[in-house]
Design a protein around this ligand. Structure first.
Ligand code: PEP
Ligand code: MN
Length: 327
């Protein structure tokens, strides 16, 4: 089928599911002749995708996407926890946090090497040395490394050194960066822009998938509203909304979503209760000395407690049968 589609000058995106393999077709300028495709052997039906996003949509792939990263899984009923400091500051600071995170059985270590900061005078991240430190974390603990690429240059390095490429909120609509991330074959963690609608988030994911990288994890990290009791407003209602429209996994970041340490755990619990596939949180052993985002960093004891609580909640959530009544 892929050959037949390509012979028409179109791009084929095979996406295997449990019952059938969907093949998304992009690259057409006008309508594709569905009838002639349906005549080809092995084709059950040709569906015209009604949404502006195609590969992201459940119309192309009804089964939820499961992303395997080393011995960890995102989506498919496993609780994914990604944790670590906002910024990698020193080898000692990073290893101390990594030890805490690893001791809780967490499989993903996050840390910023390249930081998109509001002020040009604020700490911009260690860059390359931070990537090296995180490589040591992976070697010592076996955790998968998640870190942000902020531009083309850092993307090349992050692709080489990390296991998951993070695209931050500020870059959600950096279309050339999205395209380049789509040309890599590493999973991409795509954070929602702070003023992005659901459709804009899904269109951003489509940019990555259109380049042939289907391993996209979405992340709700709060949007900007008039509320000033938190840094952002964590919009948990986007979780069921995304799950209705898309097969992609989605996780919640209550650290940037609230900006305040004491609000992180309750919102993390709510995120798992609402059906997110995982959580990303910031952890620091001495948050008062952190070079970025100290006020929202969980202390080691808080982190341990949170992980235990999330596992309990996740057990309950996965036991509840899916809604069968149509809304
Ligand atoms: C981060 O994860 O450290 C970060 C900068 O997040 P965001 O892009 O959501 O602001
Ligand atoms: Mn941060």
């Amino acid at each position: 089928m892929v050959n037949a589609i390509e012979a028409l000058g179109l791009k084929a995106h095979p996406m295997p599911g449990a019952q059938r393999t969907g093949i998304g077709i992009t690259g057409n300028s006008g309508e594709v002749d569905a009838v002639s495709l349906e005549l080809l052997p092995g084709v059950a039906e040709a569906i015209k995708v009604s949404r502006p996003y195609k590969l992201v949509s459940r119309e192309v792939k009804p089964d939820r996407t499961i992303i395997q990263i080393g011995n960890a899984i995102v989506g498919g009923g496993e609780l994914a926890i990604m944790a670590g400091p906002c910024s990698v500051e020193t080898p000692e600071q990073t290893m101390a946090v990594a030890e805490v995170v690893n001791a809780c059985g967490v499989k993903f270590f996050r840390g910023g090497a390249y930081k998109p900061r509001t002020s040009p005078y604020a700490f911009q991240g260690l860059g390359m040395p931070a990537l090296k430190i995180m490589t040591e974390v992976r070697e010592r603990f076996g955790m998968a490394i998640v870190t942000e690429a902020i531009d083309q240059e850092s993307l090349e390095l992050v692709e080489r050194y990390a296991d998951v490429i993070q695209i931050g909120a500020r870059n959600m609509q950096n279309f050339s960066l999205l395209r380049s991330a789509g040309q890599t074959r590493k999973p991409v963690l795509l954070k929602r822009g702070m003023s992005a609608t659901l459709e804009e988030l899904l269109m951003a994911a489509e940019y990555i998938m259109a380049e042939g990288n289907y391993q996209v994890i979405l992340c709700e990290r709060g949007v900007r509203t008039f509320a000033d009791h938190t840094r952002n407003t964590l919009d948990l209602s986007i979780i069921p909304a995304v799950q209705r429209l898309s097969h992609l996994p989605i996780i919640v970041d209550p650290s940037h979503g609230t900006g305040r340490r004491e609000k992180v755990i309750p919102m993390a619990r709510a995120g798992i209760a609402v059906g997110a596939d995982g959580i990303m949180v910031e952890v620091h052993c001495q948050p008062e000395r952190a070079l970025s985002d100290g006020p929202q960093a969980l202390l080691p004891d808080m982190f341990k407690q949170m992980v235990e609580q999330l596992r309990e909640i996740h057990k309950v959530v996965t036991k509840i049968p899916a809604l069968t009544a149509k809304p």
